[in-house]
Design a binder for this molecule. Structure first.
Ligand code: NDP
Ligand code: GDR
Length: 368
């Protein structure tokens, strides 16, 4: 039975990857940070009681800032494959916490690679590095491919640039099987609530159900190439199954604006929007409501405003990936379109909002 070790197992990708590897018959080990409350919501459904026999999913406390504990876990597990998905992954937050972001995202990657080498596992353990389209930042050509020059635009992207090159360096210097997946934005109902897609789908679903009044956004003209996380973790696994390690762009090859994602999300709720004003004065107003998904929205309501707090000191305005190499060499193509993904996210957030409304109604009934 193959053994995989996943850093960032409690995150969006970690949870989908753990599911996929369990389905494929792997023994899966995940590294989880110690927190004062449970943060395992995304993996609770696959959690196995460690007291039972034949468990194939195991969690270890650890942190990418702590090399002694990474070395101990790798020594214990001796994994065939390491997926380094753990990161301070929020671009805007990296401007607030640049040093921590560098420690986790850049040095954390080095710590893992060094642990593998130090333990003499460099010929056994295959390594996947979660690289990112943020490396392209101020884009030098469109669409972006594996050979497009990098120009990172945030402490996050600069840290990930170190991680990218240190993975390449360990491949070249020590013959390690290390791959970079240069992944463009990918989302799902499990996406963190502060990333733009989830912020929109959750925010609009909450407004539709009367739980919030207005959504405050940053640069809604940013352009992204958004895929579904389920499609992308499949490719992370495929990358480690080749004969020789290599780096791949993973993207859909289609680009939309944040504004378009807002329009789709509203449409999924039966709502059309009208945008008025410009720059920080731009607002979105409800133009029509059909069906029963948005009982709390009325024509004329202002449901979105721009808040400059969400502008970034240096913005990545446009990203569009060319996944031709992944298709040609690994036969990978995304199966879920951006719009289908948006619809799925809205429906899941609507379910959650309706549940919250029912709980509040029940509590109010009990108080009366
Ligand atoms: P998430 O933010 O959902 O998950 C990040 C994971 O890293 C969480 O499990 C988090 O733990 C963990 N983590 C954070 N800090 C540390 C630390 N100090 N030590 C150990 N673990 C830590 O990210 P995604 O799942 O969306 O992304 C996975 C990876 O892919 C990340 O490296 C990200 O930068 C990269 N990436 C993501 C893309 C995307 O569009 N989603 C695109 C390109 C790259 P906790 O749950 O405790 O916070
Ligand atoms: P990104 O994703 O920075 O591309 O990084 P995010 O969803 O945060 O932003 C995408 C674009 O939307 C604009 N935007 C807003 N973003 C957020 N979060 N909140 C807002 O209110 C808002 N309004 C507009 C942003 O300015 C940006 O242009 C993600 C992360 O998953 C990284 O870890 C990963 O490496 C990259 O994708 C690829």
């Amino acid at each position: 039975m193959k053994k995989a070790l996943i850093t960032g197992v409690t995150g969006q990708d970690g949870s989908y990857l753990a599911e996929l590897l369990l389905e494929k018959g792997y023994e899966v080990h995940g590294i989880k940070r110690r927190a004062s409350s449970f943060n395992t919501q995304r993996i609770d459904h696959i959690y196995e009681d460690p007291h039972m026999d034949n468990t194939r999913f195991m969690l270890h406390y650890g942190d990418l800032t702590d090399s002694s504990n990474l070395t101990r876990i790798i020594a214990e597990v001796k994994p065939d494959e390491v997926y380094n998905l753990g990161a301070q992954s929020h671009v805007a937050v990296s401007f607030e916490s640049p040093e921590y972001t560098a420690d986790v995202d850049a040095m954390g990657t080095l710590r893992l690679l060094e642990a593998i080498r130090f333990l003499g596992l460099e010929k056994k353990t295959r390594f996947y590095q979660a690289s990112t389209s943020e490396l392209y930042g101020l884009v030098q050509e469109t669409p972006q491919t594996e050979t497009t020059p990098f120009h990172p635009r945030s402490p996050y992207a600069v840290a990930k640039m170190y991680a990218y090159w240190i993975a390449v360096n360990y491949r070249e210097a020590y013959g390690m099987y290390a791959c970079n997946g240069i992944l463009f934005n990918h989302e799902s109902p499990r996406r963190g609530e502060t990333f733009v897609t989830r912020k929109i789908t959750r925010g609009l679903a909450n407004i539709a159900q009367g739980l919030e009044a207005c959504l405050y956004m940053g640069n809604i003209d940013a352009l992204r190439d958004w895929g579904h996380a389920k499609d992308y973790v499949r490719m992370q696994w495929m990358m480690l199954q080749q004969d020789t390690p290599d780096d791949f762009v993973i993207a859909t090859g289609k680009q939309y604006s944040v504004r378009q994602f807002i329009i789709w999300s509203a449409e999924q709720l039966g709502v059309t929007l009208r945008f008025e004003g410009e720059g920080v004065d731009e607002i979105a107003i409800v133009d029509s409501v059909a069906g029963d998904k948005a009982p709390s929205m009325k024509v004329g309501d202002v449901i979105l405003r721009i808040d400059p707090r969400y502008f970034r000191p240096a913005e990545v305005e446009t990203l569009l990936g060319d996944p031709a190499k992944a298709k040609r060499e690994l036969g990978w193509t995304p199966e879920i379109t951006t719009q289908e993904m948006c619809a799925e996210m809205v429906e899941e957030d609507l379910k959650a909002a309706r549940k919250m409304v029912a709980i509040q109604a029940h509590e109010n009934g009990q108080k009366a």
